[in-house]
Design a protein around this ligand. Structure first.
Ligand SMILES: *[C@@H]1O[C@H](CO)[C@@H](O)[C@H](O)[C@H]1NC(C)=O
Ligand SMILES: *[C@@H]1O[C@H](CO)[C@@H](O)[C@H](O)[C@H]1NC(C)=O
Length: 294
């Protein structure tokens, strides 16, 4: 083999790495208008037609850190699903949940880059397009709500921890504790369900399919992202999904947590965690059950 072809083949291998059992950077996943980083974890024993979980870090964090902080990758080793742990490096590493471009389907913001990571992964690993999920903490939960609104076609279900309704920070100068209009985090952006549903609809006006199922957690003692934001998320998605509050179930999934059930509890639930601040610890077991992967 000539030196030229050796270099050429090595370069090809670098363009599309398939690294099983480690979190690896992917640079060629498609259009990436806001320069996000994609990190993927493909377990050694990959399921046939694997599900995908997109997991979004909090402000100040990175995908690599969130992968370390959570148990999703050891669960991926057991269950054979793929995880994506992206990073954003702007605005104190907070997801861009304030800008019109991200709050618009194919609008050229963070949401579009994240959506392209999903479509890339579905194609490259023959993943199951009906089993794609999104989760996240704090800013990652805010972005989870935004992904549900801007790319409802991609996701079957979502869970998240200590965030705000999709559109709560719309028009704010930033999305980090230092740059954001504080009204949203303070629980002062209050809308009716009908108003929230119109906000969601405006992010992808031509979409007429179903929206992903949501289980969203919030700490009742959260002073950074006030607990009123749980009620606003629930109003938003109950109006979008057409399910109304049916009952509270106390001490679920653990002592001190109240599960707020909408409809029959298969599309929308909230969890209010008594005495818990920012953020609610990730409950990977609850997530996997909600996703139908446990
Ligand atoms: C939804 O939109 C698609 C594509 O425009 C169309 O084919 C379909 O009939 C619509 N479905 C409903 C329920 O309106
Ligand atoms: C359900 O639980 C939430 C959170 O603890 C509480 O705010 C709400 O008042 C409860 N609703 C009912 C009907 O008990």
């Amino acid at each position: 083999m000539t030196m030229f072809s050796t270099i050429f083949l090595s370069a090809l291998a670098l363009v599309s790495p398939i690294a099983h059992g480690a979190l690896v950077r992917v640079n060629d996943f498609g259009s990436n208008p806001t320069s996000l980083q994609m990190n993927i974890y493909v377990p050694s024993k990959l399921a046939t037609s694997p599900p995908i979980i997109l997991a979004l870090h909090p402000c100040g964090g990175t995908g690599e850190q969130y992968a370390q902080m959570t148990k999703y990758n050891s669960l991926a080793d057991q269950k054979g699903f793929i995880t994506i742990f992206p990073s954003t490096k702007k605005d104190t590493n907070c997801w861009e949940v304030n800008k019109e471009r991200t709050l618009t389907h194919d609008g050229g913001g963070d949401s579009q880059g994240l959506a392209n990571m999903i479509t890339y992964t579905i194609q490259k690993y023959s993943a199951d397009a009906t089993k794609v999920f999104v989760t996240g903490s704090s800013s990652g939960c805010m972005m989870t709500n935004v992904m549900m609104a801007t790319y409802p076609n991609l996701f079957a279900a979502a869970t998240c921890y200590s965030g705000v309704a999709a559109g709560c920070l719309a028009g704010s100068p930033g999305a980090s504790p230092g740059s954001a209009d504080p009204k949203c985090a303070n629980g002062q952006v209050v809308k009716t369900g009908t108003e929230w549903a119109a906000v969601v609809k405006a992010m992808y006006p031509t979409y007429n399919g179903t929206y992903p199922r949501l289980a969203t957690f919030h700490g009742a003692a959260d002073t950074l992202v006030r607990p009123g934001n749980l009620a606003e998320q629930l109003k938003e998605w109950s109006a979008v999904m057409g399910v109304t509050f049916s009952k509270n179930v106390t001490n679920t999934p653990q002592s001190g947590y109240t599960q707020l059930v909408y409809g029959d509890g298969t599309k929308l639930v909230g969890y209010s965690a008594s005495g818990v601040g920012h953020t609610v610890p990730v409950h990977e077991d609850v997530d996997l059950k909600w996703f139908g992967l446990s």
